[in-house]
Design a protein around this ligand. Sequence first.
Ligand code: PMV
Length: 323
Amino acid sequence: MAATAVAHPNIALVKYWGKAPEGDNVPAVGSLSITLGGLTTRTRVRFDPGLAGDRFRLDGVEDGAAARRVSRCLDRVRDRLGVRIHAEVSSRNDFPTAAGLASSASGFAALVTAAEAALGGGLDPAERADLARRCSGSAARSIFGGFVELRPTPGGPRPTETRQILAPDEWPLEVVIAVTASGPKATGSTEGMRLTERTSPYHAEWVRLSPAHLDEARRAVLGRDFEALAAIAEHSCLAMHAVMLSARPGLIYWNGATVACLHRVRELRGRGVPVFFTVDAGPQVKAVCLPEAVPAVREALGAVPGVEALLHSGLGGGAEVVE
Ligand code: PMV
């Protein structure tokens, strides 16, 4: 009753921000992401009838707050498969956990995949994605590789559907991540979403426009149209941050170096370098580019004052059982 799975973080190009009123962590909006092959979470789950409770270690250290979230996620897998046994979970990230790089997405995708395999569940990826989505919205997307779309499907067989729309080798984009500050983020995503839903005058409009954003991005991806994808991805990112900023009190996830990086990326693209930016609920800037642009992007972002480190990744595959 043990299995090990690996999964990779993903970065949304059309952003998820806001939860549907029906609860159960169903997103209010669809999203479209790329899965990053160069960063990996590896998680081992061992179910043991002798355990009195679940146990969780991250990078070798017991973590109480995270353990409760892990336990709640295991409950969803156990409920789905009709099992009542506790588990010992150990997880490792080969990238800095504190750097705000969506480690919860790869973490919960790997956890659900390993737990389900350890229990011999036989669930298909779409079903695993819906389980992972209940643990962390963006985790559903890390079940799949390449370009991935997640949509709320009210009235469907499941509350959400997640699917791959293009495999990683069908359009091998690259991502350079400029780390502008380490340490935990100021306001976690769930708390930030709730505040925004309650107080932003623009939130309803954000939800209303979301299907059009998704259609535009899906068309750009399927047509491998970099300019079109750059336009809609930067728009979705800036529109999400506009909604965050318009909450009361406004959520300011950026620092000065974040903004300087956005300007650098725009300058590069103005000179013909195929690159665009996206930023999540934190200060790091993700620059998405065509492979030939990587050296220029690294050089430009590395020279921005306040950039502490650069990470680099190509696209990768979905969560899989390795042991
Ligand atoms: O899955 P969560 O709760 O970490 O929320 C993710 C929110 C964003 O990263 C800001 C956007 C996204 O779609 O990943």
